[in-house]
Design a protein around this ligand. Structure first.
Ligand SMILES: [Zn+2]
Length: 273
């Protein structure tokens, strides 16, 4: 990842410092977002590391460096080494929702075995007056997706009556996703403000992505979160971004190179993701 040194006016430096602190984001992320918006680059690009099929087969050690991942996006979801929790990336900041129900804000450098990120910039905005289930929320979002053959990022903010989450607990090396997801801790959160971070992927993408909607949740106070199994809420504000460029980076070393990834992962992904 290149490093840029530039001389800028102190007024711009002040604004930059303010943006970093108010967004709870990193300097790298704020500067990259600003430059990308200025030059109009990566407006519809998603960046993914590794594949869902590899994750299903338990390829969850090592991975890309968090700093490299976050250079490609400020919004997204994924997992951690040894499936130790659910990743939520929001406003450039990665959070780790752990199996004990806590959420850790990660500011250190760590490895990411699987994640999808983008530079979030909404193409469409709408409100969902009421959704009494996750299915109802998905149905309300469906008409805003122009195609079943493109990818989408969705950000849903609001007060949730109920959010049912799961957070995978650290698994032994090489254990499959199905085995790891069995008997994982689930949480029922009531009446709280927060954000759903979602990626919608086409059906044809099941060998590398997770077809359909994939929601992760993080509360506004950043203390609760996880992979979403169900939710309900009123007056939800939805922002949607179309993703027409999809950059998949594959691990160049480790178990990814030897695993048999030829099987159909649709059934397992439907069950656990
Ligand atoms: Zn998930």
């Amino acid at each position: 990842v290149p490093t840029v040194t530039a001389v800028i006016p102190s007024s711009v430096a002040d604004a930059l410092r303010d943006a970093v602190s108010t967004r709870g984001s990193s300097l790298d992320s704020v500067v990259t977002t600003a430059l990308e918006q200025h030059f109009g680059t990566n407006r519809h690009r998603a960046y993914q590391y590794s594949t869902s099929a590899a994750l299903v087969q338990g390829v969850a050690s090592g991975g890309t460096r968090s700093r490299d991942l976050l250079a490609h996006g400020d919004f997204g979801l994924g997992t951690f080494e040894h499936l130790d929790g659910e990743m939520i990336v929001l406003e450039g900041q990665p959070y780790q929702a752990l199996g004990d129900g806590t959420v850790k804000r990660r500011e250190d450098e760590f490895r990411v075995p699987f994640a999808i990120v983008c530079r979030f910039l909404a193409d469409d905005t709408f409100d969902v007056q009421s959704a009494d289930s996750l299915d109802a929320l998905e149905l309300a979002c469906d008409p805003h997706r122009e195609s079943d053959n493109l990818f989408y990022a969705l950000r849903v903010d609001g007060t949730f009556e109920h959010v049912h989450t799961r957070a995978v607990r650290r698994a032994a090396d090489g254990i499959t996703l199905l085995a790891a997801a069995e008997g994982q801790p689930e949480f029922h959160l009531n009446a709280l403000d927060g954000t759903l971070v979602a990626i919608w992927s086409p059906r044809y993408s099941s060998s590398f992505s997770i077809p359909g909607y994939h929601f992760h949740f993080i509360s506004s106070d950043r203390t609760k979160g996880g992979h979403v199994l169900g939710c309900s809420g009123n007056h939800l504000h939805v922002r949607l971004q179309v993703l027409t460029e999809y950059d998949v980076r594959l691990p160049e070393s480790g178990t990814f190179l030897k695993k048999d990834l030829s099987g159909d992962t649709k059934a397992v992904l439907g069950k656990v993701e």
